[in-house]
Design a protein around this ligand. Structure first.
Ligand code: ZN
Length: 331
């Protein structure tokens, strides 16, 4: 199905930003935060949701020199330095891009109000001296965990606002509400409130005895394999989606499905829900054309250099790393 092919393509970037030994070391050290959460996860922002219905508080905060602003140019976030740090701007540095009718309040970050600011100009010249705009897909694993979390939050909300300018029910315009955490239809007879969309997707490491099941798409770099993944469909439980995706892509039937962890995946708005499952059958057949190959891999193979493992930014890598750790005794 085309939609699932798209989904996998966006879940696993086909290019990797090669950044040098220092950044790679930082990446290894920061790929999970101190709480063992996945990249982009972690409640580093106090969402301070009680002020979303307080326009006076929001108006004061957005005018304050103490507030922080996260610019999002297209889908890219501003960073500086090596290893990279997220650039958080005071109002004075970004004021020409702040639209008081379109503010997006993220919450309290480092004890200061934080806002996202979408920038749609083709060339964001005022920022040239402040850093470079990069896609989080290539940078997320190099940023400190709190900054990755804040940037993912900002990117997801800015992208959502751009796509929700009109009401899906009546076609009228919509306007920001709740400090940018919802939009509301301006047609008084409709007045529907639109909430930010999060798209759940399952991702699952399937094992059978001392081997696990990984697949690859033809567009991926040679030798790279990853776990099975796909979006949850209407009318499905997460367990239903796990069983369906694995059988659709590989013809393997699974059971004993256990939740592992989750990861915000703001490309643009997925939530990856990670699982382990046990295979009840072994024979592989590529049913739906989404995968170019799928195989069973042993611990020894996974630690030998082939296959190449999923990128460190993704929960897929954590599922594989955890399985490798748990199966050391089988080497
Ligand atoms: Zn409407």
């Amino acid at each position: 199905m085309a939609s699932r092919q798209r989904s996998l393509a966006i879940m696993f970037p086909v290019h990797c930003d090669l950044r040098g030994q220092q950044a790679l070391l930082v990446s290894l050290l920061t790929r999970m935060n101190v709480n063992g959460e996945n990249i982009f996860a972690g409640a580093y922002v106090d969402r301070h949701s009680h002020v979303r219905a307080d326009p006076a508080w929001l108006a004061t905060a957005v005018q304050s020199d103490a507030s922080l602003f996260v610019p999002v140019w297209g889908t890219r976030c501003l960073t500086e330095g090596e290893p990279p740090k997220l650039v958080l701007l005071p109002r004075t540095k970004i004021v020409e891009f702040i639209d008081d009718d379109e503010i997006i309040f993220l919450g309290i970050y480092r004890e200061r109000p934080a806002f996202a600011v979408g920038i749609d100009k083709s060339v964001p010249e005022p920022f040239a001296q402040l850093g470079q705009f990069h896609d989080l897909r290539y940078l997320g694993s190099s940023l400190p965990a709190g900054e990755a979390n804040l940037a993912a939050h900002a990117r997801a909300l800015v992208t959502w606002h751009r796509l929700q300018k009109y009401c899906g029910r009546c076609g009228a315009s919509t306007q920001v509400a709740a400090g940018g955490n919802t939009r509301k239809c301006v047609n008084v007879e409709c007045a529907v409130t639109i909430f930010p969309r999060v798209e759940p997707a399952i991702i699952v490491l399937v094992s059978r005895g001392d081997r696990c099941l990984l697949g690859r798409q033809g567009s991926w770099p040679e030798g790279r394999y990853s776990t099975i993944a796909g979006f949850v469909e209407p009318g499905e439980s997460l367990e239903d989606a796990v069983r369906r995706e694995v059988i659709e892509e590989t013809d393997v039937r699974v059971g004993n499905i256990r939740y592992h962890s989750s990861q915000p995946w703001p490309f643009p708005s997925a939530l990856m829900l990670g699982f382990n499952a046990e295979a009840e059958t072994e024979s592989i057949r590529l049913n739906d054309g989404e995968l170019q190959d799928a195989r069973w891999f042993s611990y020894k193979e996974l630690t030998s250099g082939f296959p190449k493992l999923p990128y460190k930014i993704s929960i897929a890598r954590r599922l594989v790393d955890d399985w490798i750790r748990a199966n050391r005794s089988s080497r």
